[in-house]
Ligand binder design. Structure first.
Ligand code: TYD
Ligand code: MG
Length: 458
């Protein structure tokens, strides 16, 4: 009989400790150490796990030059967005963690993937929903397939037994937090369980060369619930973000061993599942009959993809003593910095005003090239002077009030031109190597914030 062992785990970072502590020594969080019962396994228990699978490979050192890639063609996935984010398709034997807030559409996207990959045998393991619920969702999505097996199970040993029988070519786990393994005695969702189950899936994926997708929940602060080691273990971490009250969802890779983490995919949640958005710029800009103050269009880059985004600002006199600053889709601290620059360098008295910022479409932007549009939106609202609708912006604002260059300016200019903008305002330090006359759109440049106001309002 194997012996039962108790250890303490930090629920935040997964650090292990021999005794209870009020504060975790490794991540400094308070009250996160919890006792978990760990069942010591005997070595042989696990080894038989996949021997039944004929694809299992043995490991011996091999010269790098002899490693062939032809046996590992990527599995093509339906849809351009997912393909791009994954770096060109699913890599056999890869373990992908797919995180997102509850209700954002993780299960929907994964089921859609399972239904649309018609020529692969897929096992969709759900620990959260019944077969009927999944069937109902599949009917909603409206795609039929005869190659997708549904399994409602949470015990990993049972799951692997079914895997040996079904021999799926792709396994989807919904979700890793509901699984439990017999080798660890703590409750499902606890650090040691999550880590152990993921380790078993990792071993399965690598030994049998079967790709595995695991859905993972996200904690309040936006991290994937469970230990940080989970992110180290997997090959790819995908995040599904967005505002549940908006229809747009962003798919990003935050880690990818087989591709770039710059890529992003956009989806729209409809009554019949998630639909890809191929021309995001067109939907993120509202068509108005007349220009409105407080609106400025930014030519941003999301990863490698140019996108025109509407930034909105509302500046009003503070009703109470302390002015409010609130921002949706933009870093609040950066907003504070931009306001300080406007106050100190450009002489606008915004310190006594409430400032509200919104990035249209419920998406969040990390590209600093959005600064210039945001600042112009704030000033436009402050002065109540609309910015002409055919003008857009691309530039970062520095602490001295200078306009700094942005990356991939040509791509931004082309996208703005494609969407029918007449003028784009960029940093004057950005024009090296760009032939201004080769574009139909008028490229205006400015070095300082003051010059920009001249260009817009004349
Ligand atoms: P779900 O995939 O269950 O989210 P998660 O697995 O991330 O928790 O999707 C949740 C929401 O999506 C749910 O509130 C309903 C909505 N939805 C649609 O709007 N259209 C659809 O076709 C489907 C399947 C779901
Ligand atoms: Mg779900």
């Amino acid at each position: 009989m194997s012996k039962t062992k108790k250890t303490f785990f930090c629920q935040n970072c997964g650090a292990q400790s021999d005794k209870w502590l009020g504060k975790c020594n490794s991540c400094n969080e308070w009250n996160t150490i919890v006792e978990e019962v760990v069942h010591k396994e005997t070595k042989n228990d696990r080894l038989q796990l996949f021997t039944a699978n004929k694809n299992a490979k043995s490991n011996a050192p091999i010269l790098l030059q002899d490693v062939g890639l032809q046996d590992y063609p990527r599995i093509a996935v339906p849809g351009k967005e997912l393909t791009r984010v994954l770096g060109g398709g699913i890599v056999p034997g890869s373990l992908v963690l797919f995180g997102g807030e509850p209700g954002i559409g993780k299960s929907t996207l994964m089921l859609q993937l399972a239904l649309r990959l018609k020529n692969l045998k897929i096992l969709y393991v759900s620990g959260e929903e019944s077969e009927q619920q999944i069937k109902m969702r599949a009917e909603r999505i409206g795609v039929t397939t005869d190659n997708c097996y549904i399994l409602q199970e949470t015990n990993t040993q049972n799951i692997f037994q079914h895997i040996v029988q079904v021999e799926p070519q792709l396994v989807i786990i919904d979700s890793i937090q509901t699984l439990h393994t017999a080798y660890v005695e703590s409750s499902p969702g606890s650090v040691s369980q999550v880590r152990e189950c993921a380790a078993e899936l990792l071993r399965f994926a690598k030994e049998t060369n079967t790709p595995v997708f695991m859905i993972g929940h996200i904690t309040k602060d936006g991290n994937i619930a469970g230990p940080k080691v989970l992110e180290h273990m997997v090959d790819t971490v995908l995040q599904f973000e967005g505002d549940r009250n908006h229809i747009y969802r962003l798919l990003r890779a935050t880690k990818n061993r087989f591709g770039s983490t710059n890529e992003m995919g956009i989806y729209e949640m409809n009554g019949d599942g998630l639909r890809e958005v191929t021309n995001p710029s067109e939907i993120l800009i509202t068509n108005r009959d007349s220009p409105t103050s407080g609106v400025a269009i930014s030519a941003t880059m999301e990863g490698n993809r140019p996108m025109l985004i509407e930034t909105q600002a509302l500046v009003s006199s503070a009703a109470y003593g302390t002015p409010q600053r609130s921002s949706t889709g933009f870093d609040l601290r950066r907003l504070g910095m931009l306001l300080a620059v406007l106050e100190k360098r450009c002489g606008f008295k915004l310190g006594i005003k409430d400032v509200f910022i919104n990035i249209a479409g419920g998406i969040s932007v990390q590209d600093p090239g959005i600064d210039l549009a945001l600042v112009c939106a704030i000033l436009s609202s402050n002065e109540d002077m609309p910015i002409p609708q055919d003008v857009c912006f691309a530039g970062e604002v520095g602490l001295t009030g200078e306009i700094r260059p942005v990356n991939r300016l040509e791509q931004r200019i082309s996208e703005a031109e494609k969407l029918g903008f007449k003028k784009i305002i960029v940093s004057s330090y950005n024009l090296k190597g760009i032939n201004v006359n080769s574009y139909k759109i008028k490229i205006l440049s400015a070095g300082k914030m003051e010059d920009v106001f001249e260009l817009i309002f004349g």
